[in-house]
Design a protein around this ligand. Sequence first.
Ligand SMILES: [Mn+2]
Length: 427
Amino acid sequence: MIPKDRINADNNTRIDTHKHDLDHARELLARTNIDADAVIIEVARFSAAAPSWALGTGGTRFGRFPIGGEPRTTEEKVDDVAAMNALTGANRSISLHVPWDNPDDPAALKQYAEERGIAFDAMNSNTFQDNPSTTRDGAISYKFGSLCHTDAAVRDAAVEHNHYCIDLGIKLGSKAITVWLADGTSFPGQANFRGQFERTLDGLRRVYAHLPDDWRMFTEHKPYEPQFYSSVVNDWGSSLMLAHGVGERAMCLVDLGHHLPNANIEQIVSRLAMAGRLGGFHFNDSKYGDDDLTTGSIKPYQLFLIFLELLDAGEGRMPDIAYMIDQSNNLKDPLEDLMQATDAMQIALAQALLVDQAALADAQQSNDPALAQEILQGAFRTDVRPLVAEARRRNNAALDPIGTYRALGYRVEKIRQRGAEAVSTGL
Ligand SMILES: [Mn+2]
């Protein structure tokens, strides 16, 4: 745990500059009659779950370069998220990936996390890999798909694994399961599109039947990878068809990296919200494909436009859906990467809150695209960082999370405790 007094002590070295910057930001916003405190309060309310798999350094099929001190157990992953949350005040939950995380004693893990202020976000059922706990000790294989498979025994195993994840999640206090399927084909003619989809729909209905009443199920679309010709849940339309075919608590999850280049993701967000099926987000950024780059590092304007749609869906506030970061890269300390993502989301949210919605509606009504652009870019180009820092301060977190993280030497300490060779599971 990172003691609050150490964060406060580090904040004290930055507080005079912060107050000066915040006063200046308030002054700027007052000119356009924007209440800075309303923005700060909404930003302070926001939280994004950390994915358990991204607490170790990411890898590629070419290699991996661990930085040491990575969490070796699910408890240590909770420790890292708690440390991050102490610094950001905006990562209050962890999202587990089963079987990478498969606790023997869920009740004890739940208590361990609760004592550190961390809750369990959506469960993730990995049916994209073979492993003893999901594939009956090697008797079946997901090589040719899981829920879409031609062999009923494979489909049954995949359904059972999802049921297992739900049962585990119930014990942890989770309220949702995310089903991302690697199912698809890599060669034309390899499988029948319709047959694969219908088998998947049937499997998802069987997963859904196991959901408690207060749970939701998310389907996550992706156009390609690991299959390179077709994915069963290839886009938001297929995801929405599945949601409609399964039940009212079946929702669509949008992973920003799971789109072909130049896709208008903000419009997809609007469509799914309009259909009442926007269930959650996986935040990351991409240049070429599912690159898992840091949220906001490549296309910050797109991120701002997405938050604008979220506020539209929530009538001025962030809707109560699942927000998770889903990114990992070879080159950074994973905690710094996740903190940068959290900061980028809070900045985009603050910018989106600055948009004068009445003026924008007028510009739209009078067909004035130049004015509409002035309004959006005026908000996007405002330096909201002091507002975001103030939101963190009010959450008893750090004014400068990465600055404080480095000043406190968290990674050095973890390398000493866990070892330079400690490597996280799930990569
Ligand atoms: Mn994802």
